[in-house]
Design a protein around this ligand. Structure first.
Ligand code: C2E
Ligand code: MG
Ligand code: MG
Length: 639
């Protein structure tokens, strides 16, 4: 605080003086002190802050260096001990570094590998790889597959991932290679499994042929193309005759082998552009895309039948097979695949009805026949119950003496609407449906009953021959049934003869031989029927105990006009006789045939020229006549 003081005092010279004195505090000084204090405080704070910052920065720097060091170590560790192979290389593919796995995977030491370059170890061109890094900047390029070749010819497939790096001013490429051997193997397995599944969906496991589904697809595709090009497609439906019997009697394994062989044979004779598929159990479908003409189709059908007819050796056994083929044509027989297949099916049944071992083209009236077949089957089932069957008898004559050697019983069906139906019209159906077994049993009963009646009427005893179907022979208990019937009608076994077609003997050789032995030992005669249809040789048949051989009427038909047939008939007669079999010429229809066969020394004969098949009553009269008169009463033997 300022104060004013008045001081009175003397001057130096003794003069009075008033001194006015004011006392004021010294501001500047204090301000200066203040300022200095502030300055010092601020300096302290700034120093402290600065020091702190420096400390923090230093600390950070030290930390980041440690981190860098750590991450480098980590990277080195990962680089070296990764399960994947790493290559660090420059743009020329020279290696800057490689990891442990890169060496191990290729079987090289590090030194060896470092002396090589990228192009020495893989087929993936480095330029190609490097260009992949240029296109994509934000994300690494997708992996690329390549094969890596190592030491001693070892190689493995790998996935390559590549990244571009700038290291110490150098442009380098970091390549990761992942061994994908296992993945590839798994992929391949998956692919194989998929392919297999796909194959199974469209192919038959047994024959490896396309299956029904695939066959229909082929047919649809062929039809679509044929529509565009205005061409024709032919469908040939092939069915093995009586294959069911083989399967039933010889087992499915044999059946399977036969089917495989059949499929090989059919395949072997078709062109690559043709299709053969397994259409069902024993059905094969052959498709011909734009066949030349009808003759060409016929040739294929004939070739198939021929190929099947060659004897088939399965293990110890030889089989002689036949088949029936139904043929339909697009666009003539149907607008689409379904219609074409139905037409081929009808034609195939037609071929079977026509005696099998043949082919038939579809004709529109066949559709009706398929329906008729269904009706026929129903009717056939009722025929036994309603006693619509009847037997006719046709004698076999001794061609030298004219005496009756035997009476063959022949089945007839007296259909309520159709009239008399011949066995050829319904026996194949009866065989297919199995109805032949009860029908055949009825035939044997009825024949034996008839013989018993004739005997009771005092007619001369005569041997009877009964036709037995292959299916009946295979039926368990067949032999027992025959003996039972003989006993029931008190007929000695020597008065019975069983006629068996050649095909059964061939198809069931072992089984047949055993059965024949039992029958022969019991005194029953055995005849081989329709011999010469090309199924077996005489020397083969020698193994079986046949006492009679019935030469098919195809040889007799032209025996007079065709020297070839005459030669064949001569050979069969001579060989049959030399093997101890009586030979019967079937189907003698005229005088010239009879005379020639007599000249050739054929011992027995049967045919319309000698006598037609006769009903039971008529046969009794016939037997009556010949017992009273000489054989000359038969016109054929009269001169
Ligand atoms: P198959 O055993 O060869 O019988 C002879 C066939 O030839 C008979 O025909 C007979 O009528 C016929 N035939 C006889 N002489 C002549 C002739 O001079 N010219 C011509 N063209 N034919 C002649 P069918 O009665 O129609 O019998 C045909 C086939 O049906 C028989 O041939 C036989 O295999 C079979 N069959 C007949 N009855 C039975 C039977 O009861 N059971 C079995 N499983 N099959 C039978
Ligand atoms: Mg016969
Ligand atoms: Mg015959």
């Amino acid at each position: 605080m300022t104060g004013l003081k008045i001081i009175v005092q003397e001057t130096l010279f003794g003069a009075p003086a008033v001194v006015l004195a004011t006392s004021l505090p010294r501001d500047i000084y204090s301000q200066g002190v203040h300022a200095l204090t502030y300055f010092n405080v601020w300096m302290l704070i700034v120093s402290l802050l600065g020091g702190g910052c420096i400390f923090v920065i230093w600390d950070r720097l030290a930390g980041s260096r440690q981190k860098q060091y750590d991450s480098e170590r980590l990277f080195q560790h990962l680089f070296q001990f990764s399960a994947d192979a790493f290559f660090l290389c420059d743009k020329d593919g020279e290696f800057v570094d490689v990891n442990h796995q890169a060496c191990a995977g290729l079987g090289y030491t590090r030194q060896e590998l470092m002396s090589l370059s990228w192009s020495d170890i893989t087929d993936a061109a480095i330029d190609n790889l490097l260009s992949r890094t240029q296109h994509l900047t934000t994300a690494p390029p997708p992996p690329m597959e390549a094969v890596f070749s190592g030491k001693h010819g070892y190689s493995y497939p790998g996935d390559i991932t590549i990244t571009h790096l700038k290291l110490q001013g150098r442009s380098l490429f970091f390549v990761l290679v992942r061994d994908i051997t296992e993945r590839k193997a798994a992929d391949n397995m998956l692919k194989e499994q998929k392919a297999r599944l796909n194959f199974l969906a469209y192919h038959d496991v047994l024959t490896s042929l396309p299956n029904r589904l695939k066959a229909i697809e082929f047919l649809q595709a062929f039809i679509a193309r044929a529509k565009q090009r205005d061409t024709v497609v032919a469908a040939l439906l092939f069915d093995l005759d009586r294959f069911k019997n083989i399967n039933e009697s010889l087992g499915h394994e044999t059946g399977d082998e036969i089917l495989m062989e059949v499929s090989r044979r059919i395949k072997g004779l078709l062109r690559d552009s043709d299709v053969v598929a397994r259409f069902g159990g024993d059905e094969f479908l052959v498709l011909l895309e734009h066949p030349q003409d009808k003759e060409g189709i016929k040739t294929v059908a004939e070739k198939i039948l021929e190929a099947i007819a060659h004897p088939l050796q399965i293990g110890q056994q030889q089989f002689y097979l036949t088949g029936s083929i139904g043929i339909s044509l697009f666009p003539r027989h149907g607008k689409d695949a379904q219609a074409i297949l139905m037409a081929a099916d009808s034609a195939m049944y037609f071929a079977k009805e026509q005696g099998r071992n043949t082919y038939r083209f579809f004709i529109p009236s066949l559709n009706v026949d398929v329906e008729e077949r269904l009706y026929l089957e129903t009717d056939l089932r009722e025929a036994l119950e309603y006693r619509q069957f009847d037997l006719f008898y046709q004698p076999e004559f001794n061609l030298r003496t004219g005496q009756v050697e035997c009476l063959e019983s022949l089945l007839r069906w007296q259909h309520p609407k159709r009239g008399t139906v011949g066995p050829l019209e319904f026996i194949p159906l009866a065989e297919d449906t199995g109805l032949i077994v009860p029908i055949g049993e009825w035939v044997l009963h009825e024949t034996c009953r008839q013989v018993m009646l004739w005997r009771q009427q005092g007619l001369p005893p005569v041997r009877v021959a009964v036709n037995i179907s292959a299916r009946q022979f295979r039926q368990a208990g067949f032999i027992e049934m025959v003996f039972r019937v003989l006993k029931e009608y008190d007929l000695a076994a020597e008065w019975l003869e069983l006629e068996i077609t050649e095909r059964f003997v061939i198809q069931s050789a072992e089984h047949a031989r055993n059965m024949f032995k039992v029958l022969r030992q019991a005194g029953i005669s055995l005849a081989i029927d329709d011999f010469g249809q090309g199924y077996s040789s005489l020397s083969y048949l020698r193994k079986f105990p046949f006492s009679k051989l019935k030469m098919d009427r195809v040889f007799i038909k032209n025996v007079v006009s065709d020297p070839h047939d005459e030669a064949l008939a001569t050979a069969i007669i001579a060989m049959g006789s030399s093997l101890g079999m009586e030979v019967v010429a079937e189907g003698i229809e005229g005088r010239e045939q009879l005379d020639l066969l007599r000249r050739l020394g054929c011992p027995l004969g049967q045919g319309f020229y000698l006598t037609l098949p006769m009903g039971g009553k008529e046969t009794a009269e016939f037997l009556q006549r010949i017992s009273r008169n000489s054989p000359d009463m038969i016109k054929a033997f009269s001169d």
